[in-house]
Write a protein that binds this ligand. Structure first.
Ligand SMILES: Cc1cc2nc3c(=O)[nH]c(=O)nc-3n(C[C@H](O)[C@H](O)[C@H](O)COP(=O)(O)OP(=O)(O)OC[C@H]3O[C@@H](n4cnc5c(N)ncnc54)[C@H](O)[C@@H]3O)c2cc1C
Length: 543
């Protein structure tokens, strides 16, 4: 308590006289890590070095690490504005991270930069109907701060008998983190979560607060101008389609207005099949007409063994469709393939990974056992419980995800992917340690959405953590597939840093529009980061 009341200079005086004073040392550490506005950048660095206080951030599997000068937890819009102003004064970069559930380097800040952890910005906000062009209820709008987790958002929506139209298979991400990388679920009529966004409130690099909406956005510009003092309304398709998926490069997002739906129940079924059967189901009946399995199921997904066992690639076909129900029924025995692998194997996870490293050729059989354990019949529950798999923060896998156009060539492209898996196994003895999945997503207008401008099949390649050749195999497959097919994009978060400047220019027809808006908002390169360096778009690459 005594230390808490002291100014930082006084703390330092005590510590110079008594370096072992734990209470004072703890207080100093807290101030250095959480930020101390009384210190300038140089003083902060010197004290951190002298007292060996290092601030480290890492993602959920500790494979992306960075060393910010501080990690601040803003609680409101003003805290973000202050943080940006501090970063400007100190001439350092700033970035927000979400829950750290991206495997790529989209979240880390440069060494010595300021990192914002938005988890304390998690409140539901009130929408003023007087600011809208149409009365509330025409679409169901829901305003919420950016750091809320998908899990807490679902709970908040459910309390109001509302729900997201769709979500990914996991709920540990923050809303901003999930939206910013194009996170999606499955369902050919349903876009990524970003497609539900109707407005983004963001603080740009020069500290201006914008509410950004499409050109025909929900807000009434006249009413907005008269009544709202703390932000500028920008209704502009280029701005909106840039910022909504921009991997933290265009500003710090404070909040969103989402369009949501009435809460609903889904029935989930998971059936065993083979790729040889599924590819008939995914073949276009006539040119331009989608296969029935995609149009007749709200959510359709296939999990496939990358390797044949007895000449066939086993699959699990998952369908989830709306049902009239008012209570849950049935259950999932096994949630997901990782649980399936562990349930079907007498070894603990550590020994299983060791065994797969020693005898990788056992992988096809192990994956088959996992798939066999996933069968589910007539499992009914609230939408967000059915769409969510796996417990939060129990991440034992690594993944990359490839985006293919849904067209007449899709089945051939998946056959080609299977031959890439087989070649890597034959030549290198490198095996996947999990199935891969096909999920189907509606086209997105966001300029850098992996689903931009086309119906998309997202192909996720999963790998158990600890497989020694796992990273090399996933990277090699990504490169080989992209070399052979110039239309394959990669998920911004589920990527092992393979995306380069050349590949985005080629793959995203709206990249130059995105870049123009990005350049306006990333004033003085304040949002530069290892990610913008990788894409060679840092404004000040020498920082
Ligand atoms: C177990 C697991 C399951 C997954 N399931 C799916 C899935 O089903 N579908 C799918 O598409 N993806 C999935 N992913 C990928 C994941 O959804 C994305 O990588 C997502 O971006 C992670 O969100 P996050 O909150 O952890 O954000 P982070 O990974 O920490 O950050 C992502 C990006 O958002 C930016 N950002 C975060 N907050 C803000 C803010 N307030 N302002 C500005 N920028 C911000 C960061 O700078 C960064 O660029 C999964 C990942 C894991 C680990």
């Amino acid at each position: 308590m005594e230390a808490q009341a002291k100014a930082t200079v006084e703390l330092l005086k005590v510590l110079v006289a008594d370096p072992e004073n734990e209470e004072h040392l703890d207080e100093l550490k807290k101030r250095i890590i959480n930020g101390d506005d009384s210190l300038d950048h140089a003083a902060h660095s010197v004290i951190a070095r002298l007292f060996r206080i290092s601030v480290t951030w890492s993602n959920c599997i500790n494979q992306q690490i960075c060393y910010p000068i501080q990690i601040r937890k803003p609680r409101c819009l003003d805290d973000i504005v202050t943080a940006i102003s501090d970063a400007q004064k100190r001439k350092i970069t700033i970035r927000a991270t979400g829950s750290g559930h991206s495997y790529s380097n989209v979240a880390p800040v440069f060494k010595g930069g300021l990192l914002l952890d938005p988890h304390d910005m998690n409140r539901v906000l009130i929408i003023d109907p007087g600011l809208l062009k149409y009365p509330l209820g025409a679409g169901k709008l829901f305003a919420v701060e950016s750091g809320i987790t998908i899990k807490d958002l679902n709970t908040a929506l459910d309390k109001r008998n509302l729900a997201l139209a769709n979500m990914g298979a996991y709920d540990g991400q923050t809303l901003a983190g999930a939206i910013s990388t194009g996170t999606h679920g499955t369902g050919i009529t349903l876009g990524p979560i970003a497609s539900s966004v109707r407005a983004v409130v963001l603080v740009s690099g020069d500290g201006t607060v914008y509410q950004i909406e499409p050109s025909q956005g929900i807000s009434d510009p006249e009413a907005f101008d008269k009544q709202v003092r703390d932000r500028i309304l920008k209704q502009d398709d280029d701005w909106f389609n840039t910022v909504v998926i921009s991997m933290g490069c265009t500003g710090i997002i404070y909040s969103y207005i989402l369009e949501v739906v009435d809460s609903y129940y889904l029935e989930e079924n998971r059936d065993l099949s083979t790729w040889e059967q599924v590819k008939q189901d995914l073949t276009f009946p006539v040119e331009g007409r989608l296969p029935k399995v995609l149009t007749e199921n709200r959510h359709y997904e296939v999990d496939i063994n990358p390797y044949p066992v007895k000449g066939r690639h086993s699959c699990v076909v998952q369908t989830k469709n709306k049902v009239d129900a008012d209570h849950p029924s049935g259950s999932r025995g096994i949630e997901d393939w990782i649980a399936g692998i562990l349930a079907g194997c007498p070894l603990a996870e550590y020994w299983l990974v060791r065994a797969l490293n020693l005898w990788p050729t056992t992988s096809p059989e192990i994956i088959n056992n996992a798939l066999n354990s996933l069968v589910v019949k007539h499992h009914i529950d609230k939408s967000y419980k059915i769409l969510n798999l796996g417990p939060v923060d129990n991440v034992k896998a690594l993944a990359v995800e490839l985006s293919y156009p849904v067209d007449e060539h899709l089945v051939g492209a998946i056959d080609n992917l299977l031959s890439v898996f087989q070649n890597e196994a034959n030549k290198m003895n490198w095996y996947m340690a999990g199935p891969f999945s096909l999920r189907f997503v509606a086209a997105s207008d966001a300029y850098l959405a992996p689903q931009q401008g086309r119906l998309t099949c997202m192909v996720e390649l999963d790998m158990l953590l600890g497989i020694t050749t796992g990273d090399e195999l996933l990277t090699s497959i990504t490169r080989k597939v992209q070399r052979g097919n110039s239309q394959v994009r990669v998920h911004w978060g589920l990527d092992l840093d393979t995306i380069s400047k050349e590949s985005i220019k080629e793959l995203y027809p709206k990249y130059s529009e995105w870049f123009k808006v990005y350049s306006e908002l990333n004033t003085m390169g304040i949002f530069d980061s290892p990610f913008t360096d990788r894409l060679e778009i840092s404004v000040n690459p020498l920082r």
